[in-house]
Design a protein around this ligand. Structure first.
Ligand code: NAD
Length: 389
C-alpha cells in the first residue's frame, strides 16, 4: 500500500515510522528543513534518549520526504493528514485552514485515496468535509500521543478509535490492526463526530485533572500542608489513581490548552460551568504561582528549562513561559537556563552554563526537578512532588 503522510511533525513522523514497516510511505511538508532531515535519515524533532531504541534504522532509511505534491500523492491509497491546527485564541474555534488545504490537494491529486485525518479538529468537521466533497472517504482517527513520548505512544497506543462505522472505517481499522499485530490494543469504531468528541473530551479531562491537582496544591500551600502526602492518600483509591496528578505551574503544551479551549467554544451553547472554568482555573494558577515566586525572592529569578515537561523539546503554550511573562510585567529580573534556546530578549537573560546561571539566580524555579539541579536544592522553587510528568 502507498501511504502519503502530510505534515512532518510529532504526529506525522511517528505515524510514518509506524506504517513504513509494511507499506511504502512518502512524507510531504512545506518546511524544507524537515524534508532534508527525513531524507538524511535524521529525526525532525529531538528524541528523548530512552526512545532511541524504538527507532528501526532501516525503516528510517526507507522514508522519503518531498514538497512535490505530484510525487507525494500520485498512486496513493491512503493520505494521512497530520498538519498543525493552531488555536486562534480563547473563544475562537481551531484553525482548520491547513487541514482543509490538504484535503483539497488530496482530492485533486489522489481522488480515490482514503483520507485519514489525525490532526485535532472541531466536532462535526469531518462530516462537513464529506458533505462538501460529496464523498464518504474522509475519516477521523484521533491521535493520543504525548509530545515527549511521541514515538513510544504511536507504537504502543492506549486505544485506536476509527471515526467511521462503514466499509471505509473497516478498511482503515484493518490497516491499523496490521500495524499493531504484535500489541494488544483496544479498537473502537464510531461516527466521525463521536471520534472527534473522544479526542476533545480526553484532553479536556486531562486538563481538568491537572487543574484539580494544582488547586489542591494551592490549598496545601496556603495552609502549610504537604501536597505530596495528600495526593498520595488520594491516589490509593483506584477510582482516582496515581497518574497525572503532579502539581505544576499550570498545564501547557500544544494540545491541552487548545483542545480545552475548543471544547469551551462548543460549550458556549450548552448549560455548563465546569468545562469553561478549567481554562480560568489554569490562568489563576499561573498568576498565583507567579506571585508566590516573586514573594519568595527579592533578587533575580532564575527559570530552569522552559519546556512543559522533562524530556521535551517543545515550548508551545508552555505554562513556564506564561509565568515568566507575568513576572516580567512586574519589572522583575528573569534569568533562564534552556539549552535548546540561545536568546529571547522578551523573556530574560539566557545562560548556557548551569553553574553560572545558578550563581546569578536568587531562586531557581523548576517546573520539573531533574538530577542535574539536585545540587542547587537550597535555591529551588518547585511544586514537583513526584519527579515525573
Ligand atoms: N503534538 C502532540 O502531542 C499531538 C498529539 C495528538 C494530536 N496532535 C494534533 O496533530 C496535529 C499535528 O501536531 P504536531 O504536534 O505533529 O504538529 P507539528 O507542528 O509538530 O507539525 C505539523 C507539521 O505540519 C506542517 N504543515 C502545516 N501546514 C501544512 C500544509 N498546508 N501542508 C503540508 N504541511 C503543513 C508544518 O510545517 C509542520 O511540520 C495537530 O492538529 C495537533 O493538535 C498533536
Amino acid at each position: 500500500m502507498k501511504i502519503a503522510v502530510i505534515g512532518i511533525g510529532y504526529v506525522g513522523f511517528s505515524n510514518a515510522v509506524l506504517f513504513a514497516k509494511s507499506n511504502e510511505v512518502v512524507l510531504f511538508d512545506i518546511d524544507k528543513s524537515k524534508i532534508e532531515k527525513v531524507n538524511n535519515a535524521t529525526m525532525p524533532f529531538e528524541l528523548p534518549s530512552e526512545e532511541n531504541d524504538l527507532l528501526d534504522k532501516e525503516t528510517i532509511k526507507r522514508l522519503y520526504a518531498t514538497d512535490d505534491k505530484v510525487k507525494a500523492y500520485t498512486n496513493t491509497d491512503v493520505v494521512i493528514i497530520s498538519v498543525s491546527t493552531d488555536s486562534l485564541g480563547e473563544g475562537q474555534p481551531l484553525n482548520t485552514t491547513n487541514v482543509e488545504s490538504v484535503i483539497s490537494d488530496a482530492k485533486q491529486f489522489a481522488p480515490n485515496a482514503v483520507i485519514v485525518i489525525r490532526s485535532t479538529i472541531p466536532i462535526g468537521f469531518t462530516k462537513r468535509m464529506n458533505e462538501k466533497y460529496n464523498c464518504d472517504n474522509i475519516i477521523f482517527v484521533p491521535e493520543f500521543l504525548r509530545e515527549n513520548k511521541a514515538l513510544y505512544d504511536t507504537i504502543h497506543p492506549t486505544r485506536v478509535v476509527v471515526g467511521d462505522t462503514g466499509a471505509v472505517g473497516q478498511r482503515i481499522t484493518e490497516l491499523f490492526k496490521k500495524a499493531y499485530e504484535n500489541c494488544d490494543v483496544p479498537f473502537a469504531q464510531t461516527s466521525s463526530s463521536e471520534a472527534e468528541a473522544v479526542k476533545l473530551f480526553s484532553n479536556t479531562y486531562l486538563a481538568m485533572r491537572v487543574a484539580f491537582f494544582n488547586e489542591l496544591d494551592t490549598y496545601a500551600l496556603e495552609n502549610d500542608m504537604d501536597s505530596k502526602a495528600i495526593i498520595t492518600g488520594l491516589g490509593y483509591d483506584p477510582r482516582i489513581g496515581d497518574g497525572y496528578n503532579n502539581p505544576s505551574l499550570g498545564y501547557g503544551g500544544y494540545c491541552l490548552p487548545k483542545d480545552s479551549q475548543q471544547l469551551a467554544v462548543i460549550y458556549s451553547q450548552i448549560p455548563s460551568v465546569l468545562i469553561k472554568n478549567i481554562i480560568e482555573s489554569n490562568k489563576l494558577r499561573k498568576e498565583y504561582m507567579a506571585q508566590k515566586i516573586m514573594d519568595s525572592c527579592s533578587g533575580a529569578i532564575g527559570f530552569y528549562r522552559l519546556t512543559a515537561k522533562a524530556n521535551s523539546d517543545s515550548f508551545r503554550a508552555s505554562a513556564v513561559v506564561d509565568v515568566i511573562k507575568i513576572i516580567k510585567s512586574q519589572g522583575r529580573e528573569v534569568l533562564i537556563y534552556e539549552p535548546l534556546i540561545k536568546q529571547d530578549d522578551n523573556l530574560g537573560v539566557f545562560y548556557d552554563d548551569l553553574q553560572a546561571f545558578a550563581n546569578a539566580s536568587g531562586i531557581i524555579v523548576a517546573n520539573r526537578i531533574t538530577p542535574e539541579i539536585e545540587e542547587f536544592k537550597q535555591k529551588i522553587f518547585s511544586r514537583d512532588c513526584f519527579n515525573r510528568d
